[in-house]
Design a protein around this ligand. Structure first.
Ligand code: TEU
Ligand code: CA
Length: 549
């Protein structure tokens, strides 16, 4: 396809720019064999549903062999399937069945760390002379037996260093001690991982989501973890050895990303990644000292400033557009409205997402407006991050209610309750008690209900997915923010050659007035069909107008 000039930069068009990705968290998507755990045959049974939605790519969260300390983000064998999800034959059947429906699969590759049960780590910890010793990061204790000076708190609580009795040295892990960081400075680590990547591409997958990929360039002795000095070289090597030869699609999870670093990682001429997830709209919710556990309310004006910066500064780089994922609270509960305006606000969030530059990612259940959950007791929670946080804060004297409020609002299990397929037992997810509790609103909020409702959230997503495939102005149009300081209205324009679109969203629970000097035709709306752009907008009313040429 021809190149475009966007904000003065030459942009080569890719099919995955206008495609939509659907993220599946396998353990919570569909159980096929009645053990209460989602699995790969369950996913195969739902491919026609995804096809009907108009999905082009599935991002499949880890299904590799794993002790499941972090639900599969602790891999013990990259080329084997965890039995609870099925067999390698099931995985090959999924790839084939998806391809037959025109759906590509990208797999979640956890390359920053392995499970401590991985053969490499078992060898590495066995002796200081073992050839695998330097696959990981080991340091001598100091005279007092303490770990190195550089000793940040792990994402899951506690120190990032764990003393291993066998050889009396500390090993480094940014997440759980069951997830030792790989030493990416070691050429054998790079080669071993390239081999795994190429093996999976030969199985017929289309690419990868790269877990915390900005951490692999770390320089521990310089105290640098994210966006380290070795990152770009490592990504360029990986691209040359693996991605480019097979036109693989890659999306990096990059919590540290800024528009500047994102351009370095995703401009096509740099030969690194296809696109990345940046998290500024999530991080703005985090408390400066207590992060997500004492989160602040969503601030629309701050959001608009970030949005304008990203949309205008990413140039010919590319990003993923998302509201939620398996680590984040439910989008409609965080950015929309859980009560009377749940449906219009869920559609409003979808319309914003699909009207922006960047590939849209739908997290399972977002298409029906699934909400956060509030389990009675901490024992009902499953996530290692949540459980470690609870026990750590209880030991530090935090009130139970304070901790639970943080978990209700931002705990990762909000996104991991079983997919709500129907109002029948266990929401049609399983014939048995699921591995984690259901959200008790599944009888009102489920796919079966959405499919029989002509103006459901689901059909709004279906319309937006189709629209992006046929209206390039939404995919490539230059972005212009209007009313930057308005606390209720998000209004922006997209321009491409003679085409122009105007997006007007009242992202509040109160009516808002908007006046605009010009005419447009409603293409998508969540409150019936507007004839005028100017006027009053209902709570969470959103409209995409075609301003014509
Ligand atoms: O997440 C990276 C990560 O840092 C998140 O866990 C984040 O810190 C936290 O959830 C924000 O509150 C990736 C995976 O998406 C996550 O599921 C894994 O637990 C983690 O890496 C380790 O692999
Ligand atoms: Ca199962």
């Amino acid at each position: 396809m021809a190149n475009l000039i966007i904000f003065g930069e030459s942009m080569s068009q890719q099919w995955w720019h206008s495609a939509t990705v659907y993220q599946i968290y396998p353990r919570s998507f569909q159980d096929s064999n009645g053990d209460g755990m989602g699995d790969i045959p369950g996913i195969i049974s739902r491919l026609d549903y995804l096809c009907k939605l108009g999905i082009s790519i599935i991002w499949l969260c880890p299904v590799y062999a794993s002790p499941m300390a972090d639900n599969g983000y602790d891999i013990s064998d990259y080329c084997a399937i965890a039995p609870e999800f099925g067999s390698m034959e099931d995985m090959q059947a999924l790839i084939k069945a998806a391809k037959a429906r025109g759906i590509h699969i990208i797999m979640d590759l956890v390359l920053n760390h392995t499970s401590d049960q991985h053969e490499w780590f078992q060898q590495s910890r066995s002796s200081k002379q073992n050839p695998y010793r330097d696959f990981y990061i080991w340091r001598q204790p100091d005279e007092q037996g303490q770990p190195p000076q550089f000793n940040p708190t792990s994402y899951f609580g506690g120190s990032m260093w764990t003393l291993d009795e066998q050889t009396g040295e500390y090993y480094f892990h940014q997440f759980a001690s069951a997830q030792p960081d790989l030493n990416w400075r070691h050429p054998d680590v790079q080669q071993a991982m390239h081999k795994i990547i190429n093996w999976w591409l030969q199985q017929g997958i289309a690419g990868f989501r790269l877990d915390v990929v900005d951490l692999i360039g770390k320089d521990i002795d310089a105290g640098i973890l994210a966006n380290g000095p070795h990152l770009h070289k490592l990504l360029q090597n990986m691209n040359q050895q693996c991605f480019a030869p097979q036109q693989a699609i890659t999306v990096g999870e990059v919590w540290s990303a800024t528009p500047e670093t994102a351009k370095l990682m995703t401009r096509p001429e740099r030969g690194e990644l296809s696109m990345l997830f940046q998290f500024e709209h999530i991080l703005q919710l985090h408390h400066p000292e207590h992060g997500k556990w004492r989160a602040r309310p969503f601030n629309l004006i701050a959001f608009k400033q970030q949005l304008e910066r990203w949309q205008q500064q990413i140039g010919n780089g590319w990003i993923a557009q998302f509201w939620g994922n398996h680590d984040l609270p439910r989008a409609v509960s965080t950015f929309g409205h859980e009560g009377d305006y749940r449906e219009p606000s869920a559609k409003a969030l979808a319309m914003i997402q699909f009207a922006l530059k960047g590939t849209p990612y739908i997290y399972q259940g977002e298409e029906i407006g699934m909400t956060n959950v509030q389990f009675e007791h901490i024992d009902d929670y499953r996530d290692i991050e949540t459980l470690n946080h609870y026990h750590e804060k209880r030991s530090q004297g935090w009130a139970e209610e304070d901790i639970m409020t943080g978990i209700f609002r931002h705990g990762r299990d909000n996104a991991r309750t079983p997919m709500q397929w129907s109002a029948s037992a266990h929401a049609g997810f399983s014939k048995a008690e699921p591995w984690i509790g259901l959200n008790d609103n599944f009888q009102q909020i489920n796919v079966g209900q959405a499919l029989v409702e002509p103006d459901s959230i689901l059909y709004c997503y279906q319309q937006l997915i189709a629209l992006r495939k046929t209206w390039p102005v939404l995919v490539y149009g230059e972005f212009f923010m209007l009313l930057p300081d308005d606390p209720q209205l998000l209004v922006f324009k997209r321009h491409l050659a003679e085409e122009a679109a105007l997006v007007v969203v009242n992202l509040s629970a109160e009516p808002a007035a908007f006046s605009y000097n010009g005419h447009g035709e409603q293409v998508v709306g969540n409150y019936g069909n507007r004839q005028q752009i100017s006027g009053h907008y209902q709570p969470y009313e959103a409209v995409i107008f075609d301003l014509g040429d």
